[in-house]
Design a protein around this ligand. Structure first.
Ligand code: HEM
Length: 307
């Protein structure tokens, strides 16, 4: 099977840099070749600084994919599903390229980012440059452990990586991003009990909260009512908090062998199943951007570097 990119199923890291670019020239051949060199940069730093647990993912935007690799398209690659219900929004802002850089050393993350940016600089404009960090023991800034229920072991690969159902893209992965900005002042006014009800799990030990209801995030993101092959509805979530004094939140990143589970979960969070059964956490955070990408296998990127 084609080799997936290393960062897709990587264990959580301490630091991340998320770079989102739009391509401003039409030199697709140069971009194809340079994306293969980005992978070489990841490998080089991984070899030189093994202890830093370097991992990265090169992702191509849903709209740009057919320009960059004409003639072939992943079966489920489609634009970001922008949605709105009352004041709950999921705006779309898919860029042409999304490069995830992660490691357990901030200096290494920085050094890789600089090399990647220098390599791509003449072809692109930088749209987002965000630094993520591990907060406490893997918590979101709200205080709740995030991605504790991520699939583990072999299941992780089954959930994240395309297999024989789309042979041209085996080893690839659908990637969705959303930059959420939290209203921490408002969130901090809630009692711990109310926060646990909103999230649907307990803060200290991450057990399902006895107070969870149809509006709880944990319940809203558990979509189980499909009768097709996607009924399992799982994602590998690789999100990380970001923050400065002015704004703070979560840079949500999901990896999946299908583009459908993310869309169903987001729909369930924003619209709910019945009236007013939306995800109550969306009263305390709002998505600023959203992107739909594809992360091809290493073989796919390397084979097309010269064509
Ligand atoms: C600011 C944004 C978000 C925050 C802070 C957040 C936080 C959390 C927390 C604390 C949990 C429970 C612990 C765990 O991770 O298992 C959770 C579960 C989950 N979230 Fe989110 N989440 C966010 C956005 C999203 C989005 C946009 C999706 C998908 C569209 C999503 C999908 C899930 C899933 C699938 C679970 C696991 C449910 C299960 O165990 O079956 N989350 N999230």
């Amino acid at each position: 099977m084609s080799q997936p990119q290393k960062g897709i199923c990587a264990e959580p890291n301490l630091h991340a840099q998320y770079l989102q670019y739009n391509v401003i020239d039409e030199d697709e051949q140069a971009i194809r070749s340079k994306l293969a060199r980005v992978i070489e940069i990841f490998d080089h730093f991984d070899d030189e600084h093994y202890e830093a647990m370097v991992s990265g993912v090169v992702c191509i935007g849903a709209d740009y994919f057919s320009e960059l690799y004409p003639g072939l398209r992943p079966l489920e690659l489609s634009p970001f599903p922008d949605m709105q219900c009352d004041d709950r929004i999921a705006p779309s802002q898919t860029t042409d390229l999304f490069i995830q850089i992660r490691a357990d050393r901030l200096d290494i993350v920085h050094a890789i980012s600089v090399e990647v940016h220098e390599l791509l600089r003449i072809h692109v404009e930088l749209v987002e440059d965000l630094r993520g960090f591990r907060y406490l023991d893997g918590r979101d800034l709200t205080g709740f452990i995030d991605a504790d229920d991520n699939p583990r072991g072999l299941t992780k690969k089954t959930v994240a990586i395309i297999g024989d159902n789309d042979p041209d893209f085996a080893g690839g992965c659908y990637v969705h991003t959303q930059k959420y900005m939290h209203d921490m002042a408002r969130w901090n006014l809630l009692s711990q009990r109310r926060q646990e009800q909103v999230m649907g799990c307990t803060r200290e030990h991450h057990l399902p909260s006895p107070e969870a209801n149809a509006n709880s995030h944990y319940i809203r993101s558990r979509v189980t009512d499909l009768s097709d092959v996607h009924a399992k509805q799982q994602l590998v979530r690789q999100s990380m908090p970001y923050a400065n004094i002015r704004e703070q939140g979560l840079f949500f990143v999901s990896h999946c062998q299908s583009a459908i589970p993310f869309k169903h979960m987001l729909h369930s969070m924003i619209f709910g199943t019945n009236v007013d059964e939306y995800d109550a956490f969306l009263d305390f955070t709002s998505a600023q951007t959203g992107g739909a990408y594809f992360a091809p296998s290493l073989d796919f990127i390397k084979q097309r570097a010269q064509s």
